[in-house]
Design a protein around this ligand. Structure first.
Ligand SMILES: [Zn+2]
Length: 155
């Protein structure tokens, strides 16, 4: 792997490398401009993440992450001088803002753009719906294949 003098060796967790390789391979399949070198791909991914942070600072300079639990993401709003609590609605797993009492405000847009959003626990019901949707899409694409034996999961 080519390395410039200004590069630095870092240690990545095995689990992270595995997930990154999977992502890279999928990217190579669908994106003709994907980096052919794994290291280059990881560098680009991290750079894009940093660029996204910078974008968010310009896009919403009055909003910032205040922390999170496994259920709530706290977004500080300097304009309002309040903190919005963003959490997943119990019924349908839609993101809800306690400050605006709505499912589609600027705080939610901001929250979705932060990496911390992934810390929120999506209830199994919503994951199941997504899986079923994917299975249906797969079945439509590959007609003639046998249906998946997994149909319902009882909670
Ligand atoms: Zn809001």
């Amino acid at each position: 792997m080519p390395r410039s003098n200004s590069s630095e060796l870092i240690t990545l967790r095995v689990k992270v490398v595995r997930a990154l390789r999977d992502k890279w391979k999928k990217e190579l399949d669908k994106n003709p401009f994907a980096n052919e070198h794994f290291g280059g791909f990881v560098n680009e991914l991290l750079s894009e993440m940093l660029e996204k942070d910078e974008f968010l600072k310009k896009y919403a300079p009055f909003l910032s992450e205040e922390g999170c639990t496994k259920d709530i993401l706290y977004i500080k709003d300097i304009k309002e001088n309040k903190t919005a609590e963003i959490y997943l609605n119990d019924n349908d797993n839609k993101l809800y803002c306690s400050l605006c009492k709505t499912f589609n405000c600027f705080h939610i847009q901001f929250a979705i753009a932060t990496p911390k959003i992934a810390k929120l626990n999506i209830k199994p019901k919503a994951i199941l719906y997504k899986e079923l949707e994917l299975n249906i899409q797969k079945e439509k694409k590959t007609s003639g294949r046998k249906k998946s034996s997994r149909s319902t999961v009882h909670q």
